[in-house]
Design a protein around this ligand. Structure first.
Ligand code: SF4
Length: 180
């Protein structure tokens, strides 16, 4: 008796929801990345995540930024100074656990976001001076929870070498996972 080979499994990539053109940004504006949707979208199934909307914030909403200790920053609205740090930490801990069931093969983050940025996010000190050394709160929780998953940012994907490297890491990760 011949066993039928299993159908190929889709390559699932988590992604900051605004990069798909979903109107989840603080100002309700569009931020679609056409290379991601029109080119990578032919090969990958995307799983959108918007930390700020999913943790209960409206669209539009007051913009936020990271403040304080770059290793453990607070997420604070710019004008009214509302501190959303605990809210975001609590939501992110639950969301990364939920994402285990998605069997993701990678994640594409929105650069510079205090929630979704993967690196070089501005963190403001007490004198209101920014340093580009922070990580968005959800991105931090995600990378801590899935340390082996390939991750990248939208801006860095415009560099052909970084892009090829990211895609290669995704396929290597998928082959390893299929093998297991
Ligand atoms: S950057 Fe992140 S939090 Fe901001 S709109 Fe995009 S997905 Fe939502």
């Amino acid at each position: 008796m011949h066993l039928k080979p299993l159908p190929p499994q889709p390559i699932k990539i988590g992604i900051s929801s605004c990069l798909l053109g979903n109107r989840v940004r603080y100002d309700g504006g569009l931020q679609q990345d056409h290379y991601i949707t029109d080119t990578l979208g032919k090969f990958f199934d995307f799983v959108p995540v918007c930390p700020e909307v999913e943790c209960g914030m409206p669209v539009p909403r007051e913009p936020m930024r990271l403040v304080g200790d770059p290793k453990n920053p607070r997420l604070i609205t710019i004008k009214t100074k509302i501190d959303h740090t605990e809210r975001m930490h609590t939501w992110a801990a639950g969301r990364v656990s939920e994402l285990e069931a998605e069997n993701l093969h990678g994640f594409i983050f929105k650069a510079k976001s205090p929630s979704s940025g993967m690196e070089r996010v501005k963190v403001y000190d007490t004198n209101n001076v920014p340093q580009n050394i922070g990580v968005g709160l959800f991105a931090r929780a995600f990378m801590d929870h899935f340390p082996l998953l390939p991750v990248e940012e939208d801006g860095r994907l415009r560099d052909i070498f970084l892009r090829e490297n990211f895609i290669e890491r995704i396929f290597i990760y998928k082959r390893w996972r299929d093998l297991l």
